[in-house]
Design a protein. Structure first.
Length: 933
DNA sequence: GGACGTCGGGG
DNA sequence: GTGTACGACGTCC
């Protein structure tokens, strides 16, 4: 916060390493560059680099429509418009594959006509795989394959082997011939490379397409429309990266349009449906047996229309409704009207449309025998539903991504429900109703449905379209179409981003097993049993109250280490004997000093551009609010990628899984924090009170000390060490990751203390928060002593209330979100006990499952009979419970000693830090005054 | 009372 | 289906 960034220092010290790497590598890297590095930015310039694929087409058979193995086909829909021969500048919103036509196509939103057009590939791009098997041999092997088109010999650079490889490119008429069937080519030809990449993504890589940028169609050819970016912006940016390698400068040019092309307002609507349903039963979207009774649709003018089924032609009281209403006496007509309205928008937003609304509508349309041509939905071979004419943005999928929840929204929402998101992000709740949807008056139904559709829309529009902009920006960076992007998770985003950059540079995309085999496993032992390698350091806290404490931390430490130490799957444990001396401490690994690692370069680039450009601009008062907000969106999208960039290398489902990369990053971080502690203590004579992963708590440093540390960090690590907070005072307990501090700006920072955890009962939370509140006002050690007395009084008062059973049942409730299905619990945990009791008490109610919020209170032990509930075999038959769900509990059930324990364990963490003893001050017989006198 | 499992929060 | 470290509380033996 407000940290000064020493740009020049950084660049220079960074330069020293990079120029070293560059120099020793010059001959090699020049060779690598020859490929298509400079010419891939525009698809127009792409002819040379992709010319190889055209060559065979002149001589070989043409791809024919003979494949019967394609498992999904796009039907002709009346909502689809084909792109004309020439189409003005349009927004690339999607890339897909049409199995029937055996062609890739893109969806282009043309703002002039307000329509989405489909442009089918005209370059005869075809699916392929790569192999080291010779052309002749492959041709012999596949001679009788109907879908086999031919082979070409191509050259690619393998980063893993550090050499150019001559490969056979095996081309087929359709993607399933390459991979996805039992007898696909990738099963027949070994080794095969790049054979498990979805075809439409391959199409994006090969053509250097960037979803979310502008393209036009000229003489049936797709070409990018370059945005006008002020020279000034470009020059300033290049200046930031001055002195870095040629490849990084290339990257700056490549990403200019991605960051600076405007994000146009794309018109969109949200859709939410209501279905006739039996009491407490969610209708099955696969069966779609019940009528659709109402559909809400909100557009960008914030106009909400509710299409409602009114078979009995009841009079609707207009005074009771706030939205537009369209009445239908026939369900089929209702659906058709909504389909027609939806077709006007290039983006349609739902909340869980993938899992419910659209699945239901598609199946219902089939049931009602709506003409296929009028049904806007298309099924993929995985039975997903998407829209033939536009893109479907399912917000449930997007907000569910942990990386988005934590890094883009600071974890403000806990549960992924429309109500919770509306409440926490928009301050707008769903309408509550006592009755079932089935029993609502028409007016109530209309209002309820309208509200849901409004919340859904506003989740994308609040704060200047923050969510849409975030999605577009991440989609541009990772090169994933919005449709794929919002349905994939962070490791796939990073995978796609890195795959694109490999292809862009004509590098062979490595196979997971080759990385693992060549780079080996880990060499440190994890502290926690079952983990693969050792993680971060947490410095032992110095117990007590400390005044004037500076918390310094490294700016995005892990990504910075990946950048400055050149960490990448190919540079870790490289083949050069000379590099073996460049050891990673505490491990058996070493890093290459000859080549720049690709992930190091990419992660380093987005780190630098975030820190040196967008982060400052997000807060720059000299910029317009709109510019600031856009910068903030970009910096937060970069943050999302950066924060996951280290972790993915340690995740065995990541395509470039490389445990030594993750392990080395953690080891170097440990080294950085340990050295900083040592330097502070030994060279500067400072007292280090605590530290966690990338932070260090320093007692009473002078401004000179701080400056000295910042300078030393830049020189030693080329990473900014800055001041995160200054605490007027802070309290450290003997527990790690447990402390509080009051900043000089006068607000409290609380870490790990139970009183802040969301499932702590209010009874304990209230005195905790009250105590913290008065601690926040404390200015001097003398005032602290006074405040301690107050806190003791507060605590004693609550303790006495508990003894007298003077509390509300709700105040004792412990809320837990179930993390598993009921049958999957292998032990008789308290949340499970409560869930089972609920199921017994309400056999017809909604069954608790993953994500259900269960509230319970602690009781004296009692037994229940739960034979009727299906549980894991691991759980024995005797069922003793120590909790009761709040719905079933009474005050007399409460186990008083346990509640007192709970209060104690919550508050003792805070009291410990300020030196109040629970036994003496709260439980003890001594009066308050005598204890202090 | 110790080993082990589960959960949650935070980075 | 990004990583590990950590504390609290529970069950099971």
């Amino acid at each position: 916060m407000g940290r000064s960034i020493v740009k020049n220092d950084n660049k220079n010290s960074h330069k020293s390493l990079m120029s070293f790497i560059q120099d020793s590598n010059k001959a090699d890297s020049d060779k690598k560059k020859e490929g298509n590095l400079s010419s891939k930015i525009n698809i127009r310039d792409n002819k040379e680099s992709t010319s190889t694929k055209g060559a065979f087409l002149n001589t070989n058979k043409k791809p024919a429509n003979k494949s019967k193995g394609v498992s999904f086909e796009e039907k002709g829909s009346s909502y689809v418009h084909l792109a004309p021969e020439n189409l003005s500048s349009s927004y690339l919103i999607d890339v897909k594959y049409d199995g029937k036509k055996e062609k890739a196509y893109v969806k282009l939103f043309n703002p002039e006509q307000g329509k989405v057009f489909r442009w089918y590939d005209t370059t005869n791009h075809l699916p392929y795989l790569l192999t080291t098997v010779s052309k002749a041999e492959v041709e012999k092997k596949l001679a009788n394959e109907k879908e086999f088109i031919g082979c070409e010999v191509i050259k690619k650079y393998s980063l893993l082997n550090e050499k150019e490889l001559t490969l056979t490119k095996v081309i087929a008429t359709n993607p399933l011939a390459i991979g996805g069937r039992d007898n696909s080519y990738r099963e027949k030809i070994s080794p095969s490379f790049e054979a498990n990449i979805r075809y439409h993504l391959n199409y994006i890589y090969d053509n250097g397409l960037v979803p979310g940028l502008f393209y036009e169609v000229k003489n049936n050819k797709l070409q990018r429309v370059e945005p006008k970016i002020p020279n000034e912006v470009k020059d300033n940016l290049l200046d930031i990266f001055k002195g870095q390698s040629h490849e990084v400068l290339q990257l700056v040019e490549q990403y200019l349009p991605i960051f600076f092309a405007p994000i146009p307002k794309i018109s969109r609507c949200s859709v939410d449906i209501e279905v006739e349903s039996e009491k407490n039963k969610i209708p099955d979207p696969h069966a779609a047996l019940q009528k659709v009774i109402s559909i809400g649709l909100t557009n960008e003018e914030r106009e909400t229309t509710v299409f409602v089924l009114n078979e009995e032609k009841k009079q609707i009281d207009q005074s009771k409704i706030s939205v537009k209403v369209k009445e239908f006496d026939d369900e089929k007509e209702l659906l058709l009207a909504v389909f027609d309205e939806m077709s006007k928008y290039p983006i349609v937003i739902t909340f869980n449309g993938d899992g419910f609304d659209f699945l239901y509508l598609d199946n219902r349309a089939k049931k009602l025998e709506i003409d296929e041509k009028m049904n806007p939905f298309v099924r993929t071979r995985f039975q997903n539903v998407f829209l033939s004419h536009s893109i479907h943005l399912d917000l449930y999928r997007f907000f569910r991504q942990p990386a988005i929840r934590i890094y883009a929204f600071g974890g403000v929402y806990d549960r992924i429900t429309l109500d919770e998101l509306g409440k926490t992000i928009l301050g707008k709740e769903k309408l509550k109703h006592e009755k079932d949807i089935w029993d609502l008056d028409l007016e109530e139904l209309i209002e309820y449905n309208g509200r849901d559709s409004e919340i859904t829309f506003e989740l994308t529009s609040f704060n200047n379209d923050q969510v849409i902009n975030l999605i577009v920006m991440l989609s541009r960076i990772t090169k994933m179409p919005i449709d794929d992007f919002t349905r994939a998770s962070i490791s796939i985003w990073i995978q796609n981003w890195m795959y694109f950059e490999h292809r862009f540079r004509n590098y062979l995309i490595p196979r997971r097993e080759d990385i693992l085999q060549l780079k080996g496993g880990t060499s440190t032992e994890a502290i926690i049993k079952g983990k693969k390698y050792q993680g971060a350091i947490v410095i032992d806290p110095q117990v007590g109250v400390w005044w004037d404490v500076h918390v310094m931390d490294f700016a995005s430490l892990y990504p910075s280490i990946i950048k400055t130490r050149n960490l990448s799957y190919e540079t870790l444990n490289c083949n050069h004997i000379e590099c073996k001396k460049n050891k990673i401490p505490e491990t058996s690994h070493w890093i290459c000093e000859k080549h720049v690692g690709i992930s190091s370069m990419l992660i380093g680039f987005i780190r630098d551009i975030r820190v040196y450009w967008f982060k400052d601009r997000a807060k720059d008062p000299s910029l317009s609010e709109e510019e600031r907000k856009l910068s903030d969106v970009i910096q937060s999208s970069l943050k999302v990628l950066l924060n996951a960039s280290y972790g993915v290398f340690g995740s065995d489902n990541f395509a470039l899984y490389c445990p030594p990369v993750a392990e080395s990053t953690a080891a170097l971080a440990r080294e950085a924090i340990s050295k900083t502690k040592k330097y502070s203590e030994e060279k500067l004579g400072l007292q280090v009170l605590y530290g966690d992963t990338d932070s260090i708590f320093i007692h009473k440093p002078t401004p000179e000390n701080i400056e000295e540390l910042e300078k030393w960090s830049m020189e030693t690590f080329q990473i900014e060490l800055g001041t995160d907070y200054v605490f007027r005072y802070c309290g450290l307990s003997d527990r790690k990751k447990n402390y509080f501090g009051i900043t000089t700006e006068g607000y409290p920072i609380v870490k790990g203390l139970m009183g802040r955890k969301k499932n702590t009962p209010i009874l304990a939370k209230r005195p905790f928060e009250k105590s913290l509140e008065i601690l926040t006002d404390v200015q001097t050690p003398e005032e602290l002593e006074e405040t301690k007395k107050k806190i003791i009084r507060i605590t004693q008062a609550v303790n006495q209330k508990i003894s007298k059973r003077n509390f509300e049942l709700e105040d004792l409730a412990i809320s837990v979100t179930l993390s598993k299905k009921i049958e999957q619990y292998d032990s008789w945990t308290q949340p499970l006990q409560a869930a089972v009791q609920l199921m017994l008490a309400f056999p017809d109610g909604e069954k608790p499952t993953v994500g259900s919020l269960i509230s319970f209170i602690k009781t004296k032990p009692f037994k229940i009979q739960a034979q009727s509930i299906k549980l894991s075999d691991q759980i024995s038959q005797s069922k003793e419970c120590s909790v009761k769900p709040i719905q079933l509990a009474e005050k007399s059930d409460v186990d008083i000693p346990k509640v007192k324990e709970l209060l104690k364990s919550t508050l003792i963490q805070l009291l410990d830090t300020i030196g109040i003893s629970w036994v003496e001050s709260i439980e003890g017989q001594k009066s308050l005054d005598s204890w202090f006198s």
